[in-house]
Write a protein that binds this ligand. Sequence first.
Ligand SMILES: NC(=O)c1ccc[n+]([C@@H]2O[C@H](COP(=O)([O-])OP(=O)(O)OC[C@H]3O[C@@H](n4cnc5c(N)ncnc54)[C@H](OP(=O)(O)O)[C@@H]3O)[C@@H](O)[C@H]2O)c1
Length: 320
Amino acid sequence: MMKAILYHKYGTPDALELTEIDKPIPKDDEVLIKVHAVSINDWDSGLLNGDFINRMLNGLRKPKRKILGSDIAGRIETIGKNVTQFKPGDEVYGDLSGRWGGFAEYVCAQEKALALKPPTMSFEEAAAIPQAAMLAVQGLIDKGKIKQGQKLLINGAGGGVGTFGIQIAKLYGVEVTGVDSTAKLDMLRSMGFDYVIDYTKEDFTKNGKCYDLILDVKTNRSMFDYARALCPNGVYVTVGGSIGRLIQSLLLAPLIRMIQKKNLRVVALKTNKDLAYMNNLFEAGKIKCVIDGPYRLDEVPEAFRLFNKAGHKGKIVITI
Ligand SMILES: NC(=O)c1ccc[n+]([C@@H]2O[C@H](COP(=O)([O-])OP(=O)(O)OC[C@H]3O[C@@H](n4cnc5c(N)ncnc54)[C@H](OP(=O)(O)O)[C@@H]3O)[C@@H](O)[C@H]2O)c1
């Protein structure tokens, strides 16, 4: 048996219950992991609330997969007979999006969803990395084509993507502005943001300044506002936020490129693609994980309440 946090109906964190259930059994191409740490992502929150898109993914009336949690770190306990890359005892981490199951003492995963954890990285640090860091890397490097000397703005800078984003951006020698709420500005300054903007007091799309690259985790403004805040040939990259605005960005991108010579791009997350890159940065001492917590498994509902009101700084991590 194992302890896990289950939900049987869509709703608030009150729907999350600590329960004892059977330990999962790995298939031939899977490993069984003893979970040591797991972090909360925006996607977990969407799956819990049960918005339209997440109901399409996890059941229209009630959730099919009842244990949330994608970003896990732990030790492999047993392996299926077709597993070749890992052995029992290996310390691994990764994003299990699509099957989830991380808010539990044990979870099964396919090899392709996992990377070896460097020995110097704690389980908590490893659990903080997968989704947020992949979005930051893919947003800044793959889609944003970040270059030395640019002016970058990160909108929604104090959460998971922003706190990895600033550290990756600084490796490229760029000037970085972070936008978030009043309570997070000191943390942003201490992480190396050159400038901070309090979105409750100032609208960065209307202050007359321009940026070569904007990385947005909120996407809460019109695409014309974002285009106004871009310098000539600038690039706006959204990783998430309002679905309506994301669709707007895809529809308007060709028009804004043709008329204003500015670029709007959307990141479609490639899970776990850049874990090796993050391992290298971590081992070279170039990346630190900003962790809120760690919390205990029985505190998961409380941790979701904190996440839902964005009271967290960096990544909320649960130790199991
Ligand atoms: N593209 C994909 O394939 C994909 C896959 C998975 C997830 N995602 C998306 O990726 C994003 C994950 O971001 P994250 O992990 O960094 O989220 P996060 O940890 O929730 O951070 C978001 C930050 O934005 C701040 N914020 C809230 N309202 C704001 C506003 N109006 N202006 C500026 N900042 C604001 C929040 O703090 P305050 O509330 O205190 O201001 C918080 O610090 C989500 O949008 C998620 O949906 C995308």
